[in-house]
Design a protein around this ligand. Structure first.
Ligand SMILES: [Zn+2]
Length: 136
């Protein structure tokens, strides 16, 4: 189901808790909502649709990849990035890392550990920040 994008900063500044198998619909809603916003947006965290759970989705090529309870284990090679967010107006500067190692569950709650680089790594870092209530 396509959901409304939350723009309330006071809500977005709250931390998200771990997701469970009961949150499977949230994964589908996030995918549906990102699909209709792909012209402006490359990734979303669940709190952007009003659910304070650690679920994110991002687009890579023509796929949308969900991650449940992702944890960034390692980050290397910091750089200054300029980012925008569907929930915010304008763009801001922030520090990101070129290479990250992430442990996460897929939509079937199967565990993965994977290295990401470049733009995909940047999107994941942005969305993981959302879980902590950090908005760029
Ligand atoms: Zn954002």
């Amino acid at each position: 189901m396509i959901r409304t994008v939350v723009k309330d900063v006071l809500f977005l500044e709250q931390k998200s808790g771990p997701a469970t198998k009961e949150d499977v619909e949230v994964i589908n809603d996030l995918i549906d909502t990102l699909k209709v916003n792909l012209d402006y947006c490359v990734g979303m965290a669940a709190n952007m649709i009003g659910v304070k759970k650690r679920i994110l989705v991002f687009s890579v090529g023509n796929m949308i990849v969900p991650m449940v309870n992702p944890v960034i284990l390692k980050k290397e090679n910091p750089y200054e990035a300029k980012e925008s967010c569907l929930s915010l107006i304008g763009s801001r500067k922030t520090t990101r890392y070129e290479t990250i190692e992430v442990e996460y569950l897929d939509k079937n709650f199967k565990k993965h550990k994977q290295i990401f680089t470049g733009f995909t790594a940047q999107i994941i870092q942005h969305e993981v920040d959302h879980f902590e209530g950090i908005i760029i």
